[in-house]
Ligand binder design. Structure first.
Ligand SMILES: Cc1cc2nc3c(=O)[nH]c(=O)nc-3n(C[C@H](O)[C@H](O)[C@H](O)COP(=O)(O)OP(=O)(O)OC[C@H]3O[C@@H](n4cnc5c(N)ncnc54)[C@H](O)[C@@H]3O)c2cc1C
Length: 394
C-alpha cells in the first residue's frame, strides 16, 4: 500500500522531531519514520549551547526539559595544565539565562512528543531502505520496513533526511559533500558518573587530550575524555576503557582526575572512534537534509544538537515559503542551503582545528575564542528570526 503525505521525515531525534514539529505546526501532514525505538539512547554526550536552548525555549519545549529535572548550567570552567581554573559566567542573553544538558532519553522524546502533539504521525521501529523517484529523477518518497518485515511505501512532495551522519537518505539521493574537515576527528570515551559535583560545564584541555564534565539528569555527571583516533586506539589496545579514561584525565588535569576517581563510576562506558567532519549539499529536487545528515562536526564542539535544532528552524522556514507560494521550491531550498552554510561554516573550520589536537596550549586559546565567537554569531542570527506562526485546525 502507498501512503501520501505533505512531508516525510526520516529520523526522529533532535533534527527530525524538531523539523516535524515545526512543519506539523504549520498545518502540514507529516510522516516521521525512525528505525530506533521511542526514547532510546544514542552515542552522544548532550551539552546544549545557547543557540539550542534558545530554540527549545521559543518552541515551548524547554519547559519539558526543565520539568524532567535537567539542572541549569550557569557557569563554564576551563582547566588548563598548571594554571588556575578559568570561570566564565553564562550571562543572560537572547532570552536564555542557563544552559542545559538533557540526556538524549529526555531531549529526543520531548521533541518527538511535541511533534506528535502538533499532529505529526511518528512511527518508530521502521527503517527507510531507499527513496522513490519519478521519471525526471525527482525524489517522491521512501520505501521502508518495520520490525515485523512489513513493507511501507510513502510518497510526498518533500522527503527530509534527519537520519544522522550515515544518512540513508543522503546516500540514496547522492548528496555531494561540499566541505571536508582536514583532521580525522576526535575519538571519545564517556559515561555517566554518580556523586560527582560540578560547577557548570567543566572543560579540560591539554596537549593531545580533552575532557569534559557535564551535569545532567538524575543527579549524574557525564564525563568524557577525547584524543586523536590513533592515540585512543593505541590506549585501548593495552588497557580497559576505565583505565584509559583515568589515564587521559590524569595526563590532562590531575585535580579533575582525583575528583572523578572519588565519584561512583558508571557500569558502562561508551566509545566513539572518530569521524572526519563534513558539510553536505542539503537539498535537491524533492529532498532536503537536516542535522548530522547534512553536516557533522567533531563532537568536541558540543554543538551538534544545537546545529540540528538550527537546521530544523531554517528548513521549516523554507518549507513554509514553498507552501505559502512566496518562493518556488528550488529557490527556497537553495536559500536554506545558503543560510545553513553561512551559519555553520565558521564554527566548522575552527572545530576542525581544535579537534585535530595539532595545537600548542598558546595556540589553543585563540581557537577557543574563535569558536565562542562563531557560536555567538549563530545565536545572534537565530535571535533575529521572527517566531514561526503556528497554524491550528488542520
Ligand atoms: C561521542 C559524541 C558526543 C557528542 N556530544 C555532543 C554534545 O555534548 N552536544 C551536542 O550538541 N552534540 C553532541 N554530539 C553530536 C550529536 O550527537 C549529534 O549532532 C546529534 O545527535 C545529531 O542529531 P540528528 O537528529 O541529526 O541525528 P541522530 O541523533 O544521529 O539521529 C538520527 C536518527 O535517524 C534514525 N535513522 C538512521 N537511519 C535511518 C533509516 N534508514 N531509517 C529510519 N531511521 C533512521 C536513527 O535511528 C536515529 O534515531 C556528540 C556526538 C558524539 C558521537
Amino acid at each position: 500500500m502507498t501512503e501520501t503525505h505533505d512531508v516525510i521525515v526520516v529520523g526522529a531525534r533532535c533534527a527530525g522531531s524538531a523539523t516535524a514539529m515545526l512543519l506539523a505546526r504549520q498545518g502540514l501532514d507529516v510522516l516521521v519514520l525512525d528505525r530506533a525505538g521511542y526514547g532510546s539512547d544514542t552515542v552522544s554526550t548532550h551539552a546544549l549551547m545557547r543557540g539550542g536552548v534558545l530554540q527549545l525555549q521559543r518552541w515551548g519545549v524547554l519547559d519539558r526539559i526543565v520539568a524532567a529535572g535537567t539542572p541549569p548550567v550557569r557557569r563554564a570552567l576551563f582547566h588548563y595544565p598548571g594554571e588556575a581554573t578559568a570561570r566564565i559566567t553564562i550571562r543572560p542573553a537572547a532570552g536564555v539565562d542557563a544552559l542545559y544538558a538533557p540526556r538524549r532519553t529526555v531531549l529526543d522524546p520531548a521533541l518527538a512528543d511535541a511533534a506528535a502533539e502538533a499532529g505529526a504521525d511518528l512511527r518508530f521501529g521502521t527503517g527507510v531502505t531507499g527513496v522513490l523517484r519519478d521519471d525526471s529523477g525527482r525524489v517522491t518518497g521512501v520505501v521502508a520496513q518495520d520490525r515485523d518485515g512489513r513493507r511501507l511505501e510513502a510518497i510526498a512532495p518533500l522527503t527530509i533526511g534527519a537520519d544522522g551522519m550515515r544518512s540513508t537518505v543522503a546516500s540514496a539521493v547522492g548528496a555531494p559533500v561540499l566541505r571536508r574537515a582536514r583532521g580525522a576527528g576526535g575519538a571519545f570515551l564517556y559515561g555517566h558518573w554518580d556523586e560527582l559535583p560540578v560547577d557548570g560545564y567543566e572543560w579540560v584541555y591539554a596537549p593531545y587530550a580533552s575532557a569534559g564534565m557535564i551535569p545532567t539528569n538524575d543527579g549524574r555527571t557525564t564525563v568524557f575524555v577525547g584524543t586523536t583516533p590513533d592515540r585512543m586506539k593505541e590506549a585501548r589496545a593495552t588497557a580497559p576503557a576505565d583505565r584509559v579514561v583515568d589515564d587521559l584525565l590524569r595526563s590532562a588535569s590531575p585535580s579533575v582526575a582525583d575528583r572523578v576517581a572519588d565519584a561512583r563510576r558508571p557500569v558502562r562506558l561508551r566509545g566513539f572512534a572518530g569521524e572526519p567532519g563534513f558539510l553536505r549539499q542539503v537539498w535537491g529536487p524533492g529532498w532536503a537534509l537536516v542535522g548530522d545528515a547534512g553536516g557533522f562536526e567533531d563532537p568536541l564542539s558540543t554543538h551538534g544538537m544545537t546545529d540540528a535544532l538550527r537546521d530544523a528552524e531554517l528548513l521549516a522556514r523554507a518549507v513554509r515559503q514553498i507552501h505559502a507560494g512566496s518562493l518556488p521550491e528550488l529557490a527556497a531550498l537553495a536559500a536554506y542551503q545558503q543560510s545553513r552554510d553561512r551559519m555553520a561554516g565558521r564554527l566548522f573550520g575552527v572545530v576542525d582545528a581544535i579537534g585535530s589536537y595539532a595545537w600548542t596550549m598558546d595556540g589553543l586559546r585563540p581557537l577557543l575564542r574563535e569558536a565562542a565567537s562563531a557560536m555567538s554569531e549563530q545565536v545572534e542570527e537565530l535571535e533575529r528570526l521572527d517566531p514561526l506562526p503556528v497554524v491550528t485546525g488542520r
